[in-house]
Design a protein. Sequence first.
Length: 184
Amino acid sequence: MDQVKIDIIKNGGVGVIPTDTVYGLVCVAFNEEALKRMFEIKGRAENKPPVVLIADVSDLQKFGVELSGRSKILAEKFWPGPVSLIMPIKEELNYLDQGLGLAIRLPDDDLLRKILRLTGPLATTSANLQNQPPARNAEEARKYFGRRVDFYEEAGDLCQVASTLVKIKGNNVEVLRQGKVKID
């Protein structure tokens, strides 16, 4: 991704990029207006939080998240990788999680993590309109969103398997969505 697209994201833009799982609509996680715009573009209810992509485990501090117990075990086993862990975050960031806990993932893609180091953590949701199949490539994403997004980053076809979504509360672990990685 070129510097122009990185600057667009950093300045509150919304784009479509390939992730380590599916194409995603993305915006800076700490920009509440950009997040609202991303949800409007998708037609997604605001009470369904995004997944936040981070470049390094140290980024968790920005959200007030500390890995311990089950979350630490799962992160050590599956990160970097296609497993999103839902954990509680700082109260002042509740616009990101709607009180449901924030899904955070450390992707297994060196180029994507390099981009995340430049943009900061990104809020993402699959590149599709609500209740439609995820876009397999940037062209399919264009059919969904047209000019409503600020840019598209093409990387060919990607699989259509989202990340596995795991909610952690204390020592309880609940798989909310089986994705690319199967967890019992």
